[in-house]
Design a protein around this ligand. Structure first.
Ligand code: PXL
Length: 276
C-alpha cells in the first residue's frame, strides 16, 4: 500500500462536481492520503449557475503553510487546479518551496479556460502569471485553449501535428518538465491526449463523445495524479485518466438535469481496477 501524501490546492465549489469535491474522492479512491488546501469556497462553480457566493481564502494560504512548516508536514505530490487570483499563484509557489518532500511531484492543471475562452473572472494578466507556476511543474496539464494562452499562440480549434509540436516546445521552454495535453483531436471521429515526457511525444487516441461535461478536466487531472502517484508511467496514467473521464461522461450523457458536472462516482470501481 502507498503511504504517499498528495496535497491538492484548489477551490471547493460546494455544488457542481468540480475542483475539490472531485479531487478529494478520486485521489483517495486511488489509495493515496489526500490533503487539501481550499483556495476559496463557492456555493457552486461558475460555469452556468447565477449568483454564486465566493469566499476568498487567499490570506489563509500563508497561515496554513506556516503551520505545516512548524509541524514539519511535507507532501510527496502537490497538485494544483483552479486558482482564483494572481496572489494565489504566488502563494502556491511558496508552498512548492516549503512543503514539498524530496522528490515531490508538482502537477499543475492551469484550469482557467476552455473552448477558446477564459472562464468568468479570469483575464490575460492571470494567464500570464500562470506561466510562472507552469514553469515549476513536473507535469503541466492544459487543454488546447490553456496551452495557447500559456504560449501566446492565437487559439484555433483546427490544428495539425506541427502546431502541437510547436506548442509543446514552447511549454517546455517556459520551464515545464513534462506536458500532458488533453482533448487533442487530429480527426473528426476521435480525440486524445498527448504526453510529452523528456522530449518524447506519445499519443493516446480515445473515443470522442458528442458533448463533454463541465468538470471533466478536474476528473482527468485527479485520476492522472492518482495513477502517477500509484507508480504508473506518465503515459499509462494519462491513458487510465482518459478512459476514466470518458466513462464518467458516458455515465452522465442524456440526463439533461445533470448539466453541471459528470457522474464520476459510479465508475470509481473501474478506476481502482485500472490501477492494479
Ligand atoms: O472545473 C474548473 C473549475 C473549478 N472551480 C470553479 C470553476 C471551474 C470552471 O468553471 O468555476 C469555481
Amino acid at each position: 500500500m502507498s503511504n504517499k501524501k498528495v496535497l491538492t490546492v484548489q477551490d471547493i465549489s460546494c455544488y457542481g462536481q468540480c475542483s475539490l469535491t472531485v479531487a478529494l474522492p478520486i485521489i483517495s479512491a486511488c489509495g493515496l492520503e489526500t490533503c487539501v488546501l481550499p483556495s476559496a469556497v463557492l456555493s457552486t462553480h461558475t460555469g452556468g449557475f447565477k449568483g454564486f457566493t465566493f469566499r476568498d481564502l487567499t490570506e489563509d494560504i500563508p497561515l496554513i503553510r506556516k503551520h505545516w512548516e512548524s509541524e514539519g508536514i511535507k507532501f510527496n505530490a502537490i497538485y494544483t487546479g483552479y486558482l482564483g487570483s494572481e496572489k494565489q499563484i504566488e502563494y502556491v509557489d511558496d508552498l512548492f518551496n516549503s512543503v514539498a518532500a524530496d522528490g515531490c511531484l508538482k502537477i499543475v492543471d492551469p484550469a482557467m479556460a476552455d473552448n477558446g475562452k477564459l472562464y468568468p473572472g479570469f483575464d490575460a494578466a492571470f494567464a500570464n502569471t500562470m506561466k510562472s507556476l507552469c514553469a515549476k511543474a513536473d507535469y503541466v496539464l492544459p487543454n488546447i485553449t490553456e496551452a495557447c494562452l500559456l504560449t501566446d499562440t492565437p487559439y484555433t480549434a483546427e490544428y495539425d501535428r506541427e502546431f502541437i509540436d510547436t506548442i509543446l516546445e514552447k511549454l517546455c521552454a517556459l520551464g515545464a518538465k513534462n506536458v500532458v495535453l488533453t482533448g487533442i483531436a487530429y480527426d473528426c471521429e476521435s480525440t486524445g491526449v498527448v504526453v510529452y515526457e523528456n522530449g518524447e511525444y506519445s499519443y493516446y487516441k480515445h473515443k470522442k463523445l458528442a458533448k463533454g461535461c463541465h468538470g471533466t478536466g478536474d476528473i482527468y487531472a485527479s485520476a492522472f495524479t492518482g495513477a502517477l502517484m500509484r507508480g504508473k508511467s506518465a503515459f499509462d496514467a494519462a491513458k487510465i485518466a482518459a478512459d476514466y473521464a470518458v466513462k464518467c461522461i458516458e455515465m452522465t450523457q442524456g440526463d439533461e438535469s445533470h448539466w453541471y458536472g459528470a457522474r464520476f462516482e459510479p465508475v470509481l470501481p473501474e478506476l481502482i481496477k485500472a490501477l492494479d
